[in-house]
Design a protein around this ligand. Sequence first.
Ligand code: ATP
Length: 229
Amino acid sequence: MPAIEFRDAAVNYDGEQVLAPLNVSLTEQRIGVIGSNGSGKSTTVRLINGLIEPTSGLVLYDGLTPEKHGKEIRKRVGFVFSDAESQIVMPRVADDVAFSLRRFKLPRDEVKRRVAEVLERFELTDRAEHSPHTLSGGEKQMLALASVLVIEPDTIIADEPTTLLDLRNRRRIVRELMALDQQLIVVTHDLEMLCDFDRVLVIDDGQLVYDGAPGEAIAFYTDLMDAKP
Ligand SMILES: Nc1ncnc2c1ncn2[C@@H]1O[C@H](COP(=O)(O)OP(=O)(O)OP(=O)(O)O)[C@@H](O)[C@H]1O
């Protein structure tokens, strides 16, 4: 698995610390990030592919920094947001998926093959010519995942991928995520999803307060929340 290293990586906004210097090395396949609203989870994972730059310290993806090797990292790290609607860029489903591949400069046949394959996998083939905006919420999230997986990334980061989904679609997304061979980093409030993960980080008020197996991490987080007024 790729090695993601935070070396004293901290984030401040307007002088206010949102992420305290974080030192952690992530090499496991499935890593969860949990914590209350506004605790700094999204900030933490966005540092990995350079969506946010650290105010101080470093974040390395397999030895590469987003500042110097942003292009390469973004080819290897796919990012799925909870609001799939916001990831739609093209007027047709197939073109939306193909759009992710534009930076790879692949032959047209290869693009067609990869797009068809991923649409089939996510049962979107019969929607290929439709506008992405006409898809259901569950289908939109599948499209978002398809658009990320088509680049064949080594790491997939998903920020609250199940938040807007009903039970059936939530299960579908969880099943798809758990079936991935790649490294997976998930920010979530859906604690149940994490039971088979390798490692879970608990972030509270911009600090890493627990780092361990899912059972213990969830128990720590639950106790922490119970202890708050
Ligand atoms: N661009 C920004 N400018 C100023 N403050 C910001 C910015 N982005 C995030 N913050 C603040 O940083 C803190 C951490 O935000 P972050 O999105 O990382 O939290 P989170 O744990 O992912 O929350 P949630 O579970 O609600 O998504 C919050 O207080 C947020 O308001």
